[in-house]
Design a protein around this ligand. Structure first.
Ligand code: NDP
Length: 610
């Protein structure tokens, strides 16, 4: 349907044909849809298990197994585990143990040390506990080594290294009904017990590989971006990959990870081939050093206020001031509820549902036209520029922000191998075949992302055995079942941090912090009532699961029309298995309000205490 002039006027000059753009988006999506959807990827196990070996520790670590008891075990030492530990310490909990498969705290920032790794969410919001630690981030957008160091500082500050078990993978967790505690077994021979357990495994922690024919016989050097092989490339997270100067390097993938490391690969390699299936949307980054005088002038409580301001704006809400004022807040202001409210004010009436959808779609086209125009401004070769343009709506894939990525394609040693949506065809012994042509490489890097939509226990790498010997994989066989995403029936005193039926925030640690505080509240409230065990009732869990399904956003036209990716279950019927499909559909603001109201009410509705 052509745009209605009244609605189009709200968006600005529409100097393009929206219907033609819509048709182009659908055609680009159709090219990429494949029947195997998420099944196209290979699980990193058996002959591929070396892809997840830890390159950051000395081999040969040994220690004596532990057989003791702790009050609270935290599985995972990333921001989820760190915030859980911090909030428990603040609440007076003394006996904590973090178990972490990596060699140190840091989680995603422990593993993802690829050159150029940084957080594209503003550091003053993203880095948790800045005021508690009295720390000033060096840049508006922090680089990975600083984030890793901040993680370690949090662990030191809250004494989370005490009793921590590093380089240790949980192999089983089992509820002992008679003793009313968890028995935790690990791959280091530990068998300790805990009154409470918090699972902080992370949502994107298990790397995946593309199921490309020949991958199991490939003989050139390979690794996944989340286990960067600096012994091979030289250099460090800041770049300077000097060992690549005589190497032909290939990289598969052009997602948020790849766009950060490609500039460094382009600067260092003799020849770089970037194998692209779908281009990312790359907007302005605009990083800069922190102004120390400004930072010193911030009033106590500033971080919570800034986080709230950012979170409200990127949840489509309104704020008088945009404190962060960056690419994230820009797209949310233009493309979500805030834009609709602004339009209603201009029109002097509420928009109908159809008008709202039409306006947001037009605004999206305008925004993505800007993104595409930026490619032409930066990339000199017209054919390369054309191939780098994303043809989908802004939130179909994770928006990216970078100031050097696109210019990398102006280097003579960098070749974009665009596969027109089809992906790499196969690997020979030492070459990558795409578009019928073989590209010989010395090294091939997989920037192919992480498992999403596979079962929770597969991603965790072990099962949890609850009351009566029922496993979590059995309890969740037909989908997640939780109360507020944090507890599940039959698994007493076990808490799930992350994105199991909770709500995501762009600045992920903020959501984790809300969850950690809520867990502390539940544990305290249980103790205050003279009880030691809590879990959701069948009814409480059922009512929440119904609410999640009722509010489910996915399956909507929006994701169905998107190009495949982990946001929409790789395009599988547009919805199931997508990253957001089991999250709280009304978004983080409403979710946090719901938790807050539940805490204030004091009835502990939906929980059973014994
Ligand atoms: P993604 O899943 O986003 O990207 C994987 C890439 O591999 C895609 O470009 C995909 O193409 C490509 N690919 C997969 N299979 C093939 C194939 N057979 N042939 C060619 N290409 C293929 O993973 P990332 O690691 O890039 O990012 C994961 C997430 O991590 C991000 O979405 C973000 O949430 C987070 N992140 C955050 C950062 C931050 O700054 N805060 C930085 C980096 C990551 P296609 O798109 O066609 O599927």
């Amino acid at each position: 349907m052509p745009a209605s002039p009244e609605i189009a006027a709200l968006v600005g000059d529409i100097d393009f044909d929206p219907e033609a753009l819509h048709a182009r988006y659908l055609a680009e999506r159709d090219k990429r849809l494949r029947a195997d959807a998420a099944e196209q990827y290979i699980e990193v196990k058996a002959e591929f298990s070396h892809y997840v070996d830890d390159p950051y520790v000395e081999p040969g670590f040994t220690r004596e197994p532990v057989f003791d008891h702790v009050e609270f075990a935290i599985i995972g030492g990333g921001f989820g585990g760190l915030l859980m530990g911090a909030r428990l310490r603040e609440a007076g909990f003394k006996d904590l143990r973090v178990v972490e498969s990596g060699g140190d705290f840091g989680g995603t920032w422990y593993w993802n040390r690829y050159p150029g790794a940084m957080c594209d969410v503003e550091s003053y919001c993203y880095l948790p506990l800045l005021e508690e630690l009295g720390y000033m981030p060096r840049h508006k957008y922090a680089f990975a080594p600083e984030i890793l160091e901040h993680s370690r500082n949090i662990a030191r500050h809250y004494r989370l290294y005490d009793k921590a078990l590093m380089q240790t993978g949980v192999t089983e967790m089992r509820w002992d009904e008679a003793a009313r505690h968890w028995i935790i077994s690990t791959d280091r021979g530990d068998r300790f017990t805990a009154d409470f357990v918090a699972m902080a495994n992370g949502p994107l922690s298990r790397p995946k590989l593309p199921g490309i024919p020949g991958i199991n016989k490939f003989k050139a050097h390979t690794f996944h971006t989340s286990r960067w092989d600096y012994a091979y490339t030289g250099g460090d997270s800041y770049g300077n990959l000097e060992n690549l100067k005589d190497k032909r390097v290939g990289i598969i993938g052009t997602g948020a990870t790849a766009i950060q490391c490609i500039p460094h690969l382009g600067a260092a390699a003799k020849q770089l081939y970037v194998f692209q299936r779908t281009p990312s949307s790359i907007d302005v980054r605009n990083n800069g050093e922190t102004d120390a005088a400004w930072y010193a002038s911030l009033e106590p409580g500033w971080q919570a206020r800034r986080q709230a301001n950012f979170n409200i704006l990127v949840a489509g809400g309104e704020q008088e001031e945009d404190l962060v004022h960056d690419g994230w807040t820009d797209i949310y202001r233009k493309l979500t509820g805030a834009a609709v409210k602004e339009a209603s004010r201009k029109l002097g009436r509420r928009l109908t549902g159809a008008e709202r959808a039409e306006m947001l779609e037009l605004a999206d086209y305008v925004k993505m036209n800007q993104v595409r125009a930026r490619v032409d401004q930066i990339v000199k070769n017209p054919a390369t520029a054309a191939a780098l343009k994303p043809w989908y709506r802004q939130f179909c894939k994770r928006p990216c922000f970078h100031d050097e990525y696109l210019a990398t394609y102006n280097r003579p040693n960098v070749t974009l191998v665009d596969t027109d949506g089809h992906g790499v065809e196969r690997l020979t012994d030492t070459a990558v075949v795409a578009g019928g042509r073989a590209y010989e490489v010395d090294c091939l890097i997989f920037a192919t992302g992480f498992e999403v939509g596979t079962s929770y226990t597969r991603r965790a790498g072990y099962d949890i055995v609850g009351r009566g010997g029922v496993t979590l994989s059995e309890h969740w066989a037909d989908g997640l079942r939780t109360l507020h995403g944090l507890t599940t029936h039959g698994f007493p005193n076990c808490f799930f941090l992350g994105f199991t039926q909770t709500a995501i925030t762009i600045s992920v640690p903020q959501a984790l912090d809300e969850q950690a505080r809520h867990v502390v509240h539940m544990v305290r409230a249980t103790a205050e009532r003279g009880c030691t065990v809590l879990e959701p009732t069948v009814e409480g869990e059922g009512a929440y699961v119904d609410e999640i399904h009722r509010l489910a956003r996915l399956g909507s036209r929006f994701y169905a029309e998107c190009t495949p990716g982990y946001y929409n279950g790789e395009g599988a019927s547009g919805s199931r298995g997508g990253f957001f499909s089991d999250m709280y559909g009304e978004g983080p603001l409403k979710f946090f309000q719901k938790l807050e109201a539940w805490r204030a009410d004091g009835a502990l509705d939906g929980l059973a205490l014994t």
